[in-house]
Design a binder for this molecule. Sequence first.
Ligand code: PLP
Length: 485
Amino acid sequence: MKNAPGKSGLIMDEPLLWEKGRKGRHGMSIPVSDVPEASLAGDLCGDGPDFPDLSEVEVVRHYTRLSQWNFGVDTGMYPLGSCTMKYNPKINEKHAAAESFTSAHPMLEDEYCQGTLRIIYELQNYLSQITGLDAVSVQPAAGAHGELAGMLIFEAYHQSKGKKRTKILMPDTAHGTNPASAALCGYKPVPIKTGERGILNVDEIRELMDEETAGIMITNPNTLGLFEENIREIAEIVHEKGGLVYGDGANMNAIMGIVNLKKCGVDVLHLNLHKTFSTPHGGGGPGAGPVCVVEELEKFLPSPRVVFDGSMYLAETDRPDSVGRMHCFHGNYGVLIKAFVYILSMGAEYLKKASQYAVLNAAYVKVKMKDHLHLAFDRPCMHEAVFSDKKQQEFKVSTLDLAKRLMDCGYHPPTIYFPLNVSGAIMIEPTETESLEELDTFIDVLRQITAEAESDPELLHSSPNRFRVKRLDETQAARNPCLCG
Ligand SMILES: *Cc1c(COP(=O)(O)O)cnc(C)c1O
């Protein structure tokens, strides 16, 4: 295919290190011993661990080959919708790896770790400024964990008002973690259907919101990449009935420095530092999902909280109304440093620009692709655009076929079959870190694939062809993973 970055290359097979090793090989030379040899085997450590013996070149080739079986944002464009796979600047890693952080013991008394506490304190303040909310805890380890903290705060709030509530309103575009987090706290999710315009319908919320309902969980922009324009009116309805508004902030990349979520009526919000604030997460973590709240809910935030008493930064533990600890020590501290460095290196002006470019790039892909792929909602999009396989169905080509063919052409596939209310969804989030040339190549390749769907559907059905493995049985792989090669 013309222009596609994916080309046929040599992908080596690679056995396990244990299969490769040969007794007596070694990867480094150590000085000849000038003392009598003594065996550690036996009493101290049995026969010793079962490590294979390998030379340096064998180890280097092993890991280099394995790294070539992988794809990451450092390899190429990764337009995985709802995941914000932006490029992560290496300066974040450099600072997070500084020995002053990595060797700081997490149980140091506050007075001996003022620097590390100050970073948490300042990060809390920055996140508060970026979201508009009043107080932040950086403890949760991921978005879903932040949601759980948020739902515990909902519960604590309603308990403090003397009445337990049982239900929660849940838009049908919500990420699966939303209903799961609510259910973990004993709330029954009440589904709300997305309206014709791809956003929530105020009348439906008015009908469903009652005094048994703890509140609503809203993702804004939502997972269709559309801005929930009625959020303020919806928040008013929920607040009138004594409920709270939860904001899923996973899509914050579209609105940094532009939308104040407190002014939208959001009471509790989580952020995904590993998405919006540029820390690597393709491999599943570690992440960080700070939870941000309005002033009235501050007392419920997880403990400890980092505060400043005018002269010292303190990890405050004496907080009787807190929902308790969500993580050991201070959360995933390395991730916090990366986000902190990112925020400082961008500054307010460029964080806002990042959001503007994220939206511009998605709008560009949307406009350039809409004659080739069916657009779920033909409206101005935010940071991602949701298409479907409707136009390709007549050639018996599905979203999965398109995604697999894209892999052969050198791209990570977009998010597919989500959100659930769009049949055969293809959700593309290019992010702000792709250049115009990169976007043009991607669009060109995607257009060529849609042409192939018509001219050569068999090619798409048989994709991918350039990988070590073909299509996997994904259900089997998820339910019965074989991790030993
Ligand atoms: C990613 C995401 C989450 C969950 O965040 P994790 O960090 O993966 O736990 C929740 N909601 C939305 C909309 C997301 O995109």
